[in-house]
Design a protein. Structure first.
Length: 260
C-alpha cells in the first residue's frame, strides 16, 4: 500500500500491481479499490495498474469539507506521482471524477469512462431521496443507506440486493455507507457543459451496457456528444457492472482501446 497527499492534506491510498504504462482505476460510489478484483490481474498483465481507494474509505483519509473538486484533486495527486503518459479508467461516479480530472492534466494518454451518471435528474424527488439517505446515515443505519441507494438511485431490484447481501463484498460496501449521501448529491448537481470540453483532445472510450437503464444510456450519449474525440462501445447484455458479470468482455474492450 502506498499513499499520496492531496491538495487539502488528505492522504489517498492505492496499490500498484503489474508493469507497463500506468493505468489508474477510479471506482464508483459504494465501492473501494477491491471493486476491480475480477479484472485486476488481467489488466495488470500489460499495465502498471494503480488501484485507488477514493477518499472516505479503505486506506484513504477524509475531510469535512467535501466537494467533487476534492475528489479530482485526489486523482491529480496520484497522476502527478506517476510517469507520463497515464491511462485513466473511471466507473460510475468515478467516471465523473475521471472526466473532470481529464480537464486539468496534460499527462493523460487515454481515458475510459463506464457509464458516468451525468444525466441523473436533479428534481424534488431526487432531493427528497438525498435527504432520506442523509437521515439514514445520521442514524448510523448503514444497511438502510446502502439498500435505499441501490434500490432508489441505481435501480437494483430487491432480489438482486438480497443476492448482493450474500456476497463477500457486502461488508465492504456497508463500510462506505456514510459517503453515499454526499456522492449522490454531487451526482444530481452535476451537469455536462459541452463548452468546457471543446479543447479536450484525450482519446476517450465510453463503455455502455446494452441492457443498462435509460439514465445511463442518456448519460453516456451526453458525454459522447460533448467530447471531441470519443466513441461508444456497447457491452451486449450487460448493465452497470460488467467487470463483475462479464469480466472477459470488459477486459477485452479496455485492452483493445489501450493497445497502441
Amino acid at each position: 500500500m502506498e499513499t499520496v497527499v492531496s491538495a487539502d492534506g488528505t492522504q489517498i491510498g492505492f496499490d500498484r500491481v503489474g508493469s507497463g504504462p500506468p493505468l489508474v482505476l477510479v471506482h464508483g460510489t459504494a465501492g473501494s479499490r477491491g471493486r476491480w478484483g475480477a479484472v485486476l490481474d488481467h489488466l495488470a498483465a500489460g499495465f502498471e495498474v494503480v488501484d485507488i481507494d477514493r477518499r472516505g474509505r479503505g486506506a484513504s483519509g477524509d475531510a469535512e469539507d467535501y466537494a467533487l473538486a476534492r475528489e479530482v484533486e485526489d486523482i491529480l495527486a496520484i497522476i502527478d506521482s506517476l510517469d507520463a503518459p497515464v491511462n485513466l479508467l473511471g466507473h460510475s461516479f468515478g467516471g465523473i471524477v475521471a472526466l473532470e480530472t481529464a480537464l486539468l492534466t496534460d499527462k493523460l494518454a487515454r481515458l475510459i469512462l463506464y457509464e458516468p451518471p451525468v444525466a441523473a435528474p436533479n428534481t424534488a424527488e431526487s432531493q427528497a431521496h438525498n435527504r432520506r439517505l442523509a437521515e439514514l446515515a445520521a442514524a448510523d443505519d448503514a444497511d438502510g443507506v446502502l439498500t435505499t441507494f441501490l434500490r432508489d438511485s441505481v435501480g437494483v431490484p430487491e432480489p438482486a440486493i438480497d443476492q448482493m447481501r450474500q456476497s463477500p463484498s457486502w461488508p465492504h460496501r456497508l463500510a462506505t455507507a456514510q459517503t453515499l449521501p454526499r456522492e449522490h448529491r454531487a451526482v444530481i448537481e452535476y451537469t455536462v457543459q459541452p463548452e468546457r470540453f471543446v479543447e479536450m483532445s484525450t482519446p476517450t472510450l465510453l463503455l455502455l451496457g446494452g441492457a443498462s437503464p435509460p439514465v445511463f444510456v442518456e448519460s453516456t450519449r451526453a458525454v459522447d456528444a460533448a467530447l471531441p474525440d470519443s466513441r461508444v462501445v456497447e457491452l451486449p447484455g450487460q448493465q452497470h457492472a460488467a467487470m463483475d458479470t462479464a469480466p472477459e468482455l470488459f477486459v477485452q474492450e479496455v485492452l483493445a482501446f489501450l493497445q497502441p
